[in-house]
Design a protein around this ligand. Structure first.
Ligand code: NAD
Ligand code: UFG
Length: 333
């Protein structure tokens, strides 16, 4: 089976490429390198022995996208390409809507023109909006209380995919709602390497560990959680990548939605402690005010993915910390 992976040089995309290649799929990558580096392709080759064909293409370029789909003769598309910085999306909403929504529409149009009817889409727990402290299941209402344009783009794209599936009985789409991906490949060759200043917890911890950022600001310790800090469902990126392999193997006509998380919530202080334990040194930190829009506790019910995809996580927070630290040791910039 031949797969086009959009966003495949990015953090989750590179790990997904590795797992797909190792599972025997033929993988080609489309990315505009807005938030990733071309050197990732050599790292994928080093891990798997296969260097995927690469198209440096922006999904906003409809004719270039169309040419990739026309020449590639793909069986399925795994669509991870998108901009993902929550704060930036508040400042530059039009760029986010244009890139994520219009990029997806261009891709869907090209898929239609070239008779590619199978798609996996990277969505996010953010579509559940302001539901706090309850295990989230796929059938819960979405779209209420989303606090930023990035989250809205995921919600809108999910709606578009559902409408496309409604209009075309041959269309097979699986929407994967990721919770909080962390960690890196055990080889230390690929991991999270964002351009610019990160705003997610683990990339910030990595920069504190390397001294690029003086200390971690813990956003609030007065939440209704056991230690007062925010709790999230942190999933090892390799487990997440394997979820894509299962999802593509189980594609069927219509729309399916799966949460990909662990079912467990971990607090910011627990993450800091786990990192310190594995690194063997203290991570400078300070508790500051809450961050606007944050919720106390977000975690997934993943029983549907377990039941229907035969997928569940194999790695834990300690594994993620070990692999992150190993990645930092190998990091070449
Ligand atoms: P990433 O930034 O590392 O990867 C995204 C890739 O898409 C980058 O390589 C970027 O260059 C590319 N891209 C962006 N716009 C493009 C365009 N118009 N044309 C072609 N390529 C384009 O991010 P990631 O963490 O690997 O996330 C992958 C997907 O998963 C994204 O859609 C993201 O929204 C989603 N997601 C991520 C998280 C997370 O916490 N990392 C959580 C939920 C969902
Ligand atoms: N946090 C800090 N200090 C920091 C950064 C984060 O204390 O410097 C805390 C946050 O307050 C939160 C936790 O660490 O309690 C996780 O924060 P992240 O920014 O890493 O992740 P979020 O859960 O806020 O958001 C992430 C992605 C979204 C996605 C969402 C899905 O950024 O795109 O997960 O749950 F939608």
């Amino acid at each position: 089976m031949k797969i086009l992976l959009t966003g495949g040089t990015g953090y989750i995309g590179s790990h997904t490429a590795v797992e797909l290649i190792q599972a025997g799929f033929e993988v080609e990558i489309l990315d505009n390198l807005a938030n990733s580096k071309i050197a990732v392709l050599d790292k994928i080759a080093k891990i798997t022995g296969v260097k995927p064909k690469f198209y440096e293409v922006d999904l906003l370029d409809a004719s270039a996208t169309d040419k990739v789909l026309r020449d590639g003769r793909f069986d399925a598309v795994i669509h991870l390409a998108g901009l993902k910085a929550v704060g930036e999306s508040v400042e530059k909403p039009l760029i986010y809507y244009k890139n994520n929504v219009c990029g997806t529409i261009n891709l869907l149009e090209s898929m239609k023109r070239n008779s590619v009817n199978k798609m996996i889409f990277s969505s996010s727990a953010t579509v559940y909006g302001d539901k706090d402290g309850i295990k989230l299941t796929e059938d819960m209402e979405t779209g209420i209380g989303i606090t930023n344009p990035y989250g809205e783009t995921k919600y809108v794209i999910e709606k578009i995919l559902m409408d496309v599936a409604n209009s075309n009985n041959d269309f097979e789409v699986t929407i994967l709602r990721y919770f909080n991906p962390i960690g890196a490949h055990s080889s230390g060759l690929i991991g999270e390497d964002p351009n610019g200043i990160p705003n997610n917890l683990m990339p910030i911890i990595m920069k504190v560990a390397t001294g690029e950022i003086p200390k971690l600001m813990i956003y609030g310790d007065d939440y209704n959680t056991p230690d007062g800090t925010g709790m999230r469902d942190y999933i090892h990126v390799v487990d997440l990548a394997k979820g894509h392999v299962k999802a593509v193997e189980k594609l069927k006509p219509g729309v399916e939605v799966y949460n990909l998380g662990t079912g467990e919530a971990t607090s910011v202080k627990e993450i800091v402690k786990a990192f310190e334990d594995v690194a063997g040194k203290e991570l400078p930190n300070e508790v500051v005010e809450r961050r606007a829009g944050d919720l106390a506790k977000i975690y997934a019910d993943c029983s549907k993915a377990e039941r229907e995809l035969g997928w569940s996580t194999e790695l834990n927070i300690k594994d993620a910390m070990r692999d992150t630290i190993n990645y930092l040791r190998h990091y070449e910039g």
